[in-house]
Design a protein around this ligand. Structure first.
Ligand SMILES: [Zn+2]
Length: 313
């Protein structure tokens, strides 16, 4: 029985796991910081793979989940803002040349969607929408049991939907994208801006305000913090209404740290969704769920892709 190697490549850490074919129980999981001294992230990734390589067993493939625009077909990373040197980097060919096994790569949010569909909260659904809300907003879409990739693998960047055409500057360089308002930094920035403009808040004088502090303050009844989450949830609901019109999923799955905020985010989200959907039939039997795979989403998503590729032959 062969072994699948899954890699979750992030800006701060690289995680690797081995899974026996047909199992979601890892044989081994290891992690290492993405950066250390002058060593290139690619070399650090290779060393981790070497360390986890199963002795005396056949490795079926290496599958890497990572952020940033990339082409899963050509295996090239277009850009990875948090990983130095990975601009137009042919990651798949570089790994193939090193390890001599099939290599697959995928956008981490896309693969998390695939993982939730195959092993997690979306099992049994044919049409699924996945949104992960943390420091940014990533997304993935399963349509008719297939992961939506687009012509160059760049589809379903759901966090970069424009909701305010002259809104705040997004990490991608454009303005007013959903993630500038509904992801963690956008929620914190709104509170900071309002305090600077003279609004009162229990967070006044707090040196480093993040979405976590805002979430706590909102729970304790701070009106400005409640307002920040209401704003984030409302825009999220407006965006999800658009996504329902485009993809008509039977389930929407939310993951990422900000999704643990609960009702302070999801109550306004649901209200906006009701208001903005063009016909109530989009909401009929629609399930709204939280992600089941948690921190394992990247590794399990990579495993899901590896299993699918193996089945395709
Ligand atoms: Zn953007």
């Amino acid at each position: 029985m062969g072994i699948f190697i899954s890699i979750d490549m992030g800006g701060t850490q690289i995680r690797a796991a081995t899974y026996p074919q047909g199992s979601t129980e890892p044989l081994n999981i290891r992690k290492t910081p993405t950066r250390s001294g002058d060593e290139a992230p690619f070399e650090r990734m290779c060393a981790l793979i070497q360390a986890i390589w199963p002795k005396g067993q056949t490795v079926e493939s290496i599958t890497v989940a990572l952020p940033g625009p990339l082409d899963p077909v050509s295996g090239v990373i277009f850009s990875a803002p948090n990983i130095p040197g990975w601009e137009n980097f042919p990651l798949r060919d570089a790994l193939k040349a090193r390890f001599h096994v099939p290599v697959h790569i995928g956008n981490d949010a896309n693969l998390a969607a695939l993982g939730e569909w195959r092993y997690g909260a979306g099992k049994g659904h044919h049409d699924l929408l996945y949104l992960t809300i943390s420091t940014g907003i990533g997304g993935g879409v399963i349509s008719g049991d297939r992961l939506l990739l687009g012509t160059r693998g760049l589809a379903s960047e759901l966090g970069h939907l424009t909701v305010l055409s002259d809104g705040p500057l997004c990490g991608c360089g454009q303005r007013g994208h959903l993630e500038t308002i509904s992801a963690g930094p956008g929620i914190a920035r709104y509170v900071k801006e309002q305090i600077e403009a003279g609004r009162e808040s229990s967070l006044q004088g707090v040196a480093h305000i993040t979405a976590k502090e805002v979430s706590q303050a909102a729970r304790e009844g701070d009106p400005l913090s409640v307002e920040a989450f209401t704003r984030a949830g409302t825009y999220l609901g407006v965006a999800v209404a658009d996504f329902l019109h485009i993809f008509n999923p039977s389930i929407v799955i939310f993951g990422g740290g900000v999704s643990f905020s609960g009702d302070i985010l999801f109550k306004p989200m649901r209200e906006a969704l009701q208001q903005h959907v063009m016909d109530a039939s989009y909401l009929h039997d629609l399930q709204i769920a939280t992600a089941a795979l948690g921190d394992e989403a990247g590794l399990m998503g990579a495993l899901a892709l590896a299993e699918l590729k193996k089945a395709e032959g």
